[in-house]
Design a protein around this ligand. Structure first.
Ligand code: ATP
Ligand code: MG
Length: 201
């Protein structure tokens, strides 16, 4: 059996917090690879400043191109309508019979998961790996215990160095003409500047 970690996200844009988390999980969980999965149309982020899936996908590609254990999937950005992890897990399961999937989420995402479409089935279809995001360790343990009890979920905790960076902060900095150097890989930085992304009106 192959073991693949799925790093889902809006990646608006991808930043070093995502990359460091993915690398830590790859090594600590002994995964064969990490599949980055940019969402097409995120159901919980409507009306916000999510730029086109093409740009977000392209930036993920640029960010991971020199890591042979990292890959990007376009199955969510290609799907029509709102993106639901439930649909993605079904699709992945049908395509790969010899693989077990582990969905990677930050603690903030874990807390939001009760509202996900068919969350009971989502926890049946995939194991989860939770990483910290500058939060308290005991809070995280408690939240994991709650989910394990409620959904019989299979959840691993991987402790990573706290990287207090978010895409929100990056978008804000770009719109204020501040530098985001070192917060994103150089190629992503170039892409954002060349395409004039996140500059606001
Ligand atoms: P936004 O501010 O737009 O919500 P974000 O930085 O939270 O962006 P997302 O694309 O929403 O990035 O996150 C994708 C996944 O990566 C989520 O599960 C999130 O918890 C996790 N994640 C994002 N940033 C970090 C970080 N700095 N450390 C650990 N996990 C992170
Ligand atoms: Mg987020």
């Amino acid at each position: 059996m192959k073991k693949i970690g799925i790093m889902g996200g809006t990646f608006n844009p991808i930043h070093i917090g995502h990359l460091i988390a993915a690398q830590e999980v790859l090594e600590k969980m002994n995964f064969d690879k990490i599949l980055f999965m940019p969402v097409g149309d995120p159901p919980h982020k409507t009306g916000s400043d999510v730029i086109s899936a093409e740009h977000r996908f392209e930036m993920v590609k640029l960010a991971i191109e020199n890591n042979e254990k990292f890959e990007v999937s376009d199955i969510e950005v290609k799907r029509r309508g709102k993106t639901y992890t439930y649909d993605t897990l079904l699709e992945l399961g049908n395509l790969n019979t010899n693989t077990s999937f582990y969905f990677i989420v930050g603690y903030d995402t874990l807390r939001d998961m009760d509202s996900w479409k068919r969350i009971d089935d989502v926890f049946k279809l995939s194991s989860f790996v939770v990483v910290n995001r500058g939060n308290d360790y005991t809070d995280m343990k408690k939240e994991i215990d709650k989910k394990v009890k409620k959904y019989s979920a299979n959840i691993y905790l991987v402790d990573i160095p706290d990287i207090e960076i978010s895409s929100t902060e990056i978008r804000k900095k770009v719109s204020e003409n501040k530098s985001i150097r070192y917060m994103v890989p150089d190629k992503v930085l170039e892409y954002i500047l060349n395409k004039g992304l996140y500059r606001g009106e």
